[in-house]
Design a protein. Structure first.
Length: 710
């Protein structure tokens, strides 16, 4: 039941797409004014070179000493202010320029440095009106126009920023710094569109960057990430291929292609490519690239269910990267895939302790909490993700997934059944499922069944009204109780009986479920059985054991006491193997053993002993994002008491279509000739239709929960 899927691991890349901080723009704005003024003073040339190279601390020391000898030199004061601001003290630089403006009112060079000092301190709102005024007074000044453009870009006013940067480029068409500024503005603008899920607009802006910078690395990486987000994996792989023009970028490209293969549901190829990248990176002296490559390689092992090998690799990496967030995320991912959710939560908490704004930490924790059946904390972690990453698609999708699970719904199930005993039945079941909270779910249903036999002409019908609740006692432990009445009538009889269904549903250990239950039901398969007024009291136990090596084992034990004083004991056990994940395909062996205390073959199938062995296969996949299918078939041998063994066969096929988030329809058909499949022991066929509608847009509790997390 793993909800968390590493097909969303592309976000580890895409979440870093565009942290286009002012530092980028600081490095590309020319030191126009110091350069202009320094041309007048050869004694300060060395200081200017330090500024130009970015050695701001050394430049600060140089100009401080220079001003000790020449305290009134305006040029030195300007350059000293720049060195102070760019070396990490923008507030001090701002104060220095402000004092200079008092000393030299209206001085353009001081004013533009004063404006820029606000950008160093990330006070973009304060800088905006200053630049606007400066540009209005100096519309042809390149530095003022470019500074204003960068200010607007940092305020995410990309449209206006691009207008201004284009004005700057028109003033100096060959200025590389302005074109670099335009590139980062387009990266930022594209990112804003992607965050709003307007992907094509984002793609268009990224492609525009290639006009100024053909095959720009940043643009290619961002473009590939967008294609991964929208699952156009072939286009993503083509972009990564374009990126691979150097040994380092070739490895980056392979890491990206491996992820694309995973998202495209080709995990074997993803592992092959990841191994190739791992082999190549050992020859590269790049610590960060090695980390990214080792990370992708272990992810690929996990995607391919090679959990033992992944554990070995994680143990090796832990000696080198114990405090790295990506490594903690890797351990958490393995925990999610192996149902070790406690380990996952511990690692996501460790990530958040080091970086509270981590995307992997926040949304990963939400998934781990959900998998641990802690629904409200899972919501809260997802809301926290959205506070940091506004409108982030996967966080929104996670909340929507939870909402769908707890939104009130109505389901209609109609079926037509016939068997080789000349019985025909029409049935319908209308149920309302109304979760009150994430811990309390209520249901109300009405079942109707009309059956008749074309030979005996017996007719009967039954009406069942049920009401129930499911209450979460604690995570992974639910108590389910259903009570109701069954009114049945036949040719010569009519009666009303109470019915019950009580279950304790637990998941006591990892990959295990254990349910205990009692059910009181009225036998209503056909008209003859309805007339017998047989009430069945079932006492049952269901146990399922999963593993991390694809094997599973399911067992059902049931003891039934009937009002006709007969007793039935049933054992059903199934050993199965999960061959594929996508499409989900499993095969297995079933064994069924039934005994009845009394043999009443004229009334219903009730042998002293019954045994059945069968091989089965179950395939579930999708034709498209909205249309899924299932196909199940089994065949084997059955033996009734001392009779000869006979061949058995059963099959079921279904197609389900999701019209939108609130409507889905399923059409199915099934056939069985297993003697125990019906109380009468006949082979039968059923054709049915199921419709589900979420009649509210969201759960009852959601508005309050959302408000509390804003």
């Amino acid at each position: 039941m793993l909800i968390f899927s590493l097909k969303n691991r592309y976000l580890k890349c895409s979440k870093k797409r565009t942290k286009y901080s002012m530092r980028k723009f600081i490095l590309i704005i020319p030191i126009l004014f110091c350069q202009l003024l320094l041309s007048q003073t050869d004694d300060m040339t060395n200081g200017f070179k330090l500024l130009e190279k970015g050695d701001f601390e050394k430049a600060e020391t140089f100009f401080k000493e220079y001003l000790g000898e020449y305290p009134d030199n305006k040029t030195a004061k300007l350059c000293y202010g720049r060195a102070v601001g760019l070396s990490g003290d923008p507030e001090k630089a701002n104060a220095m320029f402000k004092s200079l403006l008092v000393e030299y009112p209206g001085d353009f060079e001081i004013q533009i440095n004063y404006n820029e000092s606000f950008l160093w301190d990330k006070k973009y709102s304060e800088a905006e009106p200053l630049y606007e005024e400066l540009v209005s007074e100096n519309p042809e000044n390149f530095g003022a126009v470019l500074g204003y453009a960068n200010t607007l870009s940092n305020l995410k006013k990309y449209s206006k920023a691009l207008v201004m940067v284009n004005r700057a480029i028109a003033l100096q068409p060959e200025n590389v710094s302005a074109k670099v500024s335009r590139k980062y503005m387009k990266l930022g603008y594209a990112n804003s569109y992607v965050n709003n899920q307007e992907y094509q607009k984002g793609i268009n802006y990224l492609n525009e960057i290639f006009t100024d910078f053909p095959e720009d690395r940043d643009a290619l990486l961002n473009l590939a990430n967008v294609y991964l987000i929208i699952k156009e994996t072939e286009k993503a792989k083509n972009i990564y291929t374009r990126l691979a023009i150097s040994p380092k970028d070739s490895i980056t490209a392979l890491n990206g292609i491996a992820l694309a293969e995973h998202i495209g549901e080709n995990d074997k190829e993803a592992l092959r490519v990841a191994i190739q990248a791992k082999e190549k990176v050992n020859a590269i002296d790049d610590t960060k690239l090695k980390e990214q490559t080792y990370d992708r390689y272990v992810q690929a092992l996990i995607w391919n269910n090679k959990y033992g090998k992944a554990k070995e690799e994680i143990a090796l990496l832990e000696k080198r990267y114990p405090e790295k967030n990506w490594f903690a995320a890797l351990k958490a991912t393995r925990g999610m895939y192996t149902a070790d959710f406690k380990t996952s939560l511990a690692n996501y908490d460790a990530i958040l302790a080091r970086d509270s704004a981590s995307f992997d930490g926040n949304l990963g924790k939400a998934n781990a909490l959900f998998a641990s059946d802690r629904i409200i904390p899972a919501y809260e972690a997802a809301f926290q993700t959205l506070k940091i990453f506004n409108k982030q698609k996967d966080a929104q999708g996670f909340i929507e997934k939870l909402n769908i699970q707890f939104t009130p719904s109505v389901e209609e199930h109609i079926a037509y059944t016939f068997d080789n005993g000349n019985n025909v039945a029409y049935s319908s079941n209308t149920s309302f499922n109304v979760p009150i909270t994430t811990r309390l779910l209520t249901t109300l249903s009405y079942q109707y069944r009309n059956t008749e036999n074309s030979v005996t002409l017996n007719k009967a019908q039954s009406h069942v009204v049920l009401g129930g609740i499911t209450y979460k006692l604690m995570p992974k432990t639910n108590l389910k109780a259903i009570v109701g009445i069954n009114n049945s009538s036949g040719t010569d009889i009519s009666y009303t009986q109470p019915v019950f269904d009580i279950k304790l549903q637990t998941q006591p250990f990892k990959l295990q479920s254990l349910d205990f239950g009692y059910q009181r039901e009225v036998q209503s398969f056909n008209a003859e059985l309805i007339e017998q007024e047989i009430v069945m009291n079932h006492f049952g136990l269901n146990y399922n054991l999963g593993t991390n090596f694809k094997l599973g084992w399911y067992t059902q034990l049931m003891h039934t006491r009937q009002t006709d004083d007969n007793i039935r004991n049933l054992l059903f056990t199934s050993l199965y193997y999960n061959v594929f994940k996508k499409p989900a395909f499993k095969v297995g062996l079933n064994f069924q053993y039934i005994t009845f205390k009394d043999q009443l073959p004229i009334i219903y199938f009730s042998p002293e002993t019954y045994q059945a062995f069968e091989l089965f296969g179950d395939l579930r996949g999708k034709f498209s994002e909205k249309t899924t299918y299932m196909l199940s078939a089994a065949s084997g041998l059955q033996k009734v008491e001392e009779d000869d063994q006979t061949v058995i066969f059963r099959a079921e096929v279904g197609v389900k279509h999701q019209f939108n988030k609130r409507w889905n329809v399923e059409l199915y058909g099934k056939y069985s000739n297993i003697a125990s499949a019906t109380a009468a022991g006949f082979e039968f066929t059923e054709i049915g239709l199921k419709v589900k509608w979420l009649f509210l847009k969201e759960p009852f509790y959601f508005k309050k929960l959302k408000k509390n997390n804003e």
